[in-house]
Design a protein around this ligand. Structure first.
Ligand SMILES: Nc1ncnc2c1ncn2[C@@H]1O[C@H](COP(=O)(O)OP(=O)(O)OP(=O)(O)O)[C@@H](O)[C@H]1O
Ligand SMILES: [Mg+2]
Length: 225
């Protein structure tokens, strides 16, 4: 079972947005997926309430995460995605402790990248693989990414923070889909937003395979890009 934790001390970086779009992207009748909304703000719980499909389950404010994850495994869940609040509380550390991979969404700005370092620090201390994902970025022009995105990438590289090579662009369909309880692929399957979420998913699967292979070889944990 894979546990993806969405964490960033910075509010509004896109934790809940990415968790919702990825979870709804992967959930299907033969791939049981569980969302754990461990942010007291309850954004994902609100979204899940207006959904009209049962392959994606949700638990809210889980007190004993270890027990909830053992139960999810017994029930045959393959994927668990955990949303966390924008702080450095014990909820965040406890979630990261159980992560297979920590996803740290960040906007391409100095303030966001400064804030991200606290979250990265927790993942490093707990020896958990993590990767930043640049979210809500200005659109690319052809293959060329916006200067702010290139700068952010440079800053993340300088901090030795692994970062996904792609980006999730700021797109209206990513917000509109959530308002109808859907993910990007359900809302507009051929949209650019859905395509980017798909690309992110492919990259995450690849990272998880690398994590599992490294783990098998060394019996330890590793960092992932
Ligand atoms: N790629 C995107 N395109 C368009 N809008 C986006 C994108 N990512 C996030 N948003 C919007 O930005 C706002 C903040 O996103 P979101 O709630 O996912 O962040 P968060 O990190 O979960 O915030 P918090 O820390 O408060 O929980 C939301 O209104 C969301 O719709
Ligand atoms: Mg949130």
């Amino acid at each position: 079972m894979n546990v993806l934790v969405f964490a960033s001390r910075k509010g509004g970086s896109g934790k809940s947005t990415l968790a919702a779009h990825l979870a709804s992207y992967i959930a299907n009748p033969s791939r049981k997926t569980l969302l754990i909304d461990n942010d007291p703000q309850g954004s994902l719980s609100l979204w899940h309430k207006i959904r009209d499909q049962e392959y994606l389950s949700l638990k809210h404010n889980v007190r004993n995460l270890g027990e909830a994850l053992r139960e999810a495994k017994r029930e045959g869940y393959e994927w668990v995605l955990i949303d966390t609040p924008p702080n450095k509380s014990s909820i965040v550390a406890e979630s990261i402790k159980h992560a297979t991979l920590v996803i740290v969404p960040t906007r391409a700005s100095l303030f966001d990248i400064a804030a991200l370092q606290d979250t990265v620090q927790i993942a490093r201390e707990l020896r958990k693989p993590y990767a930043a994902v640049i979210n809500a970025a200005p659109a690319k022009h052809g293959d060329t990414e916006a200067a702010v995105v290139a700068d952010a990438r440079g800053a993340l590289n300088a901090l030795q923070v692994p970062v996904w090579a792609g980006q999730i662009t700021h797109r209206p369909e990513l917000t509109l889909a959530l308002a109808t309880g859907e993910g990007a692929r359900e809302y507009q399957p051929n949209s650019q937003g859905a395509e980017e979420i798909g690309r992110l998913w492919t990259a995450l699967e690849r990272s998880l395979n690398a994590i599992h292979n490294t783990y098998k070889k060394s019996g330890g944990s590793s960092r992932a890009a």
